[in-house]
Design a binder for this molecule. Sequence first.
Ligand code: PGA
Length: 243
Amino acid sequence: MIVSLCSDAAAISELAASRVADLLRARPTAVLGLPTGRTPIQMYAELVRMHKEEGLDFSQATSFNLDEFVGIGPDHPGSYHAYMAEHLFNHVNLPAQRAHLLDGLASDLDAECDRYEVSIVDAGGLDLQILGIGANGHIGFNEPADGLSARTHRVALLPESREGNAVFFGGRVADVPREALSMGMGTILKARRILLLATGAGKRDAIEAAVRGPVTTRVPASFLQLHPSVEILCDNDAAAGLR
Ligand code: PGA
């Protein structure tokens, strides 16, 4: 596990975007695992800039998003479909049929999760999984618990995760769905490389526990210690517990 200390969120975003760009240039057919949340917004802005100004090409790439809320559709402004359209997909040349997200309105949610797992395998697996981290140590929506799911699954969101997402629902926690579909821990850990982004003092304890603490289902990100190729990009505040 490598921790790269960056001066601020802008530096993290530029470095993260450069990691994606380097991969796409070396392997145009790369399969990307993509996160949502506040943290990667600037990384996506940088990728859009690189596409427009430097010709960064997504035309042969494939993406799979980490998670999606249950019970809202792609047109809902709080959905991760809408987030991805706004921040990346509407601005780059990634073919829509290869930009995969879970369907939170599927009539059979378990079958939807199984379908997603098969799609990732059929695409050849994830070359690079990009992650944020919850203040509670979650990755994707793998929430702290006595046990974790290996595969893509349906999950009840903890109150802090709903609060963290209220910003995408006009600040109203009550409007944040109570359930989501998420890649599982095994889905994430099978990625060939993992890049985790963390900014701000709110992530300090989670980063300390993920990097220094025991591997425990109570801090899902601590399982990244078991992966052979993880890079964590932190600003000073998020890394403060590692000094
Ligand atoms: P954030 O969310 O980027 O909005 O802090 C990260 C996460 O919950 O994974």
